[in-house]
Ligand binder design. Structure first.
Ligand code: AMP
Length: 199
């Protein structure tokens, strides 16, 4: 069944790691706006250079740029079997843009998964990732700014999905397997109430 979902959580909550596992288990495709921006930056193209001037400071890339990139990706034929949006939408305005894209494609989001983690924990995890992977936006000041942006811009969009009755909250603390099991149980429980997933 073609699951279509969104994953939301603070930077460093483990979204990327959990998204990869979830996509394998549900046979759906991960669309990570952060990964797309990094790929463009590595290619050194115009979009990459523009995105890098924001991502390196921990700022959000402007909505019109991000929305256009996602619109193009969602129109690809491989999206038909389901997808997981990782890191998009990131503010209420992107929620509106995504709504329009989905209407255009005749699609609906089944669920939004919020992976929770407290600020101290994500801060420590990101500093550690900076040492291991050397990501340009994983230095102390930028990390703090990204966490602030999450609270100011991204968290408010959760209310929208809560009101729509499709928000699921999962505690992101523990080992990768513990969190994955928690996510699977929460999604499985929710899908028993969604008619198109009930046999
Ligand atoms: P991530 O890998 O999801 O942590 O994203 C890394 C960076 O890419 C973010 O700090 C932003 O600068 C940028 N970015 C990713 N997704 C979005 C989005 N939906 N809107 C704007 N900027 C984004």
């Amino acid at each position: 069944m073609s699951l279509r979902m969104i994953m939301v959580g603070p930077p460093g909550a483990g979204k990327g790691t959990q998204a990869v596992g979830l996509c394998e288990r549900h046979n759906i495709i991960q669309v990570s706006t952060g990964d797309l921006f990094r790929a463009h930056a590595a290619a050194g193209d115009e979009l990459g250079q523009l995105a890098d001037s924001y991502t390196s400071r921990g700022e959000l890339v402007p909505d019109e740029v991000t929305n256009a990139m996602v619109r193009e990706r969602l129109a690809q034929p491989d999206m038909a079997n389901g997808f997981l949006l990782d890191g998009y939408p990131r503010n209420p305005s992107q929620v509106g843009a995504l709504d329009v894209m989905l209407i255009e494609q005749g699609l609906k989001i089944d669920l939004v998964l919020e992976l929770t983690a407290d600020d101290d924990e994500v801060f420590a995890r990101l500093l550690n990732r900076a040492k291991e992977q050397g990501r340009a936006d994983d230095n102390e000041d930028v990390i703090r700014h990204r966490i602030d942006i999450y609270h100011a811009s991204t968290k408010p969009l959760l209310d929208v999905y809560q009101e729509r009755g499709i928000l699921l909250k999962v505690d992101g603390s523990g080992t990768i397997d513990e969190v994955a099991n928690r996510i699977d149980a929460t999604i499985a429980g929710f899908l028993t109430q969604v008619s198109r997933f009930v046999a």
